[in-house]
Design a protein around this ligand. Sequence first.
Ligand code: P53
Length: 469
Amino acid sequence: MPFPKGFLWGGAVAAHQLEGGWKEGGKGISVADVMTVGGPGKPREITDGVLPGKVYPNHDAIDFYHRYKEDIALLAEMGFKCFRTSIAWTRIFPNGDETEPNEEGLKFYDDLFDTMHAYGMEPVITLSHFEMPYHLVTEYGGWRNRKLVDFFVRFAVTVFKRYKDKVKYWMTFNEINNQRDVDTPFTAFTNSGVLYQPGEDRHEVLYQVAHHEFLASAKAVIEGHKINPDFQIGCMMAMSPVYPETCKPMDQIAALKEMDKTFYFADVQCRGHYPSYILKEWENKGYHIKMEPDDLAVLEQGCVDYFALSYYMSFVRAYDEQTDSFKEVPNPFVKASDWGWQIDPVGLRYMLDVLAERYELPMMIVENGIGLHEQPDETGLVQDDERINYFAAHIAEMKKAIELDGVTLMGYCPWGPIDLVSASTGEMEKRYGFIYVDKNNKGEGTLSRKPKKSFYWYKKVIASNGEDL
Ligand code: P53
C-alpha cells in the first residue's frame, strides 16, 4: 500500500476564483477584482480600479459564497478527506491596513470550515492566494513596501487565533515563485500587488518584494506555532521541472540556472537563509536589498513545516551559442494542452524526488490538473476521459515516488475539483473540474452543477486509497 492510512485525498481552489460575492459581507476590493477576462493569446487586463463596461470574471465567479453548502456536499460525495481553499484577505481586512477585522468575513469562514468538518473534511488553507487587498496596491505599492509585513502578520495572527481548533494545515503565499517571471505584468501583480515602473530593474524590485514576503511568511510561521504548536505551516511553490535540451554541458547549466530561479524561494523558506548563488548575483549586479538587523534571524527561525507544491507541466531550456544566452524550447517527447501546458506525469515523480532530496520535508501536492474545453453530451454528461487519463498517469508516478524513491507525501489535491475562473486567463471555459458548472466566458449560464465522468472515477480512487486507477 503506497498511500499511508490517513492520506489526504482532496481538491484545491482559491477564494477569488470561486466565491464571487465580491462586495458582500463587507468584503473589500482585491487585486483579482480589477482583472478582466482574457483568453488564449489575449492576456488579462489589469485596470486602474473597477471600470464600467469591462468584464471582471472574479466578481461573481461560481457563487460559492452562497452555494458552498451544496458544493461541499458534492465534494464529500467523492469522499474528500481534505479541501484546500484560501481565506480572502479582503473579507477579513477589506483594505488590508485596518486594526480590527471584519466579523462578517470571519463568520463566513467559520461556517465554511464547520461545513467541511461535518463531512470529516480537513481544511487546508492558503493565507494569500492572488487576492490581496487592492487598497494595499494603490496606497502602499504592494509588497514593495515593508509595511505590508505587519499588515500580513496581523491578518495571519487573526485567522490563526480564530480558527486554531478548526484548521491545522496552512500555507503562507501561493506559488510565491511565480513572480520569477518578470516579463509579464500578471505574476508581479497577482503574487505581490506590484506594477513594474518603466526604467526600473525588475529583478532588483523582485528581490526586495520577495524579501518582505519571506519575512512575513517566517513571522507567520513563528507566531502560528505559538498559537497552536500542532499547526503545520508550509510554503507553496509552482514546481515545474526544467530539463536540459541535450546532454551538451552548457544545456545542463541552462536548465540548472532556470531551476535556481525557483529554488531560491524554496531555499529561503525551507532552509532559513539566502543561498550563495543569489548573494553572488546581488553582488555581481550591484543590487542593494534593504534589510533590518533582525531579518536574517527571523528567516532562520521561521522555516516552514512542510513543502506544498503545484504541479502542472515541465519545461526545457537550451544554451544558444549564437547569442550566448539561455532560451526555452518545446519538448518533442510530451504533448501540450490547448493552452500550451506540456503534460508530463514522469516529471511529477522527478520533481518530488528532487525536492525530497534537497529539503527532506514532508510534501503535499496542493494542485495538479489539466484545463480542457468541454461540453456536456446529449445526456448532459461531460465525458472527460482525457482528464481521467491525466490524473491516472500522475497518481501512478506519485506512487512510484513513494514506493520506489522514499518520498513522504501527506496528500493530493487536484486543482479546481469544481469548474472555476482560470487565474491566468480569467476564462470559465478553461475547465479543471470533476464537477461541471454551467457558465461560459461571457458570464452566461445557470450556474448549475453536474458531476462529470471523472467525478465517479476520482470517488473510486479515493475509496481504494489510490489503488484503483
Ligand atoms: P490557470 C502559472 C503556472 C502554473 C500555475 O492555472 C499557475 C499559474 C498562474 O496561472 O497557477 C496556479 O487557472 C494557481 C491557481 C491557478 C492554477 O494554477 O491559469 O495557483 O490559482 O488557477 C491553474 O489555468
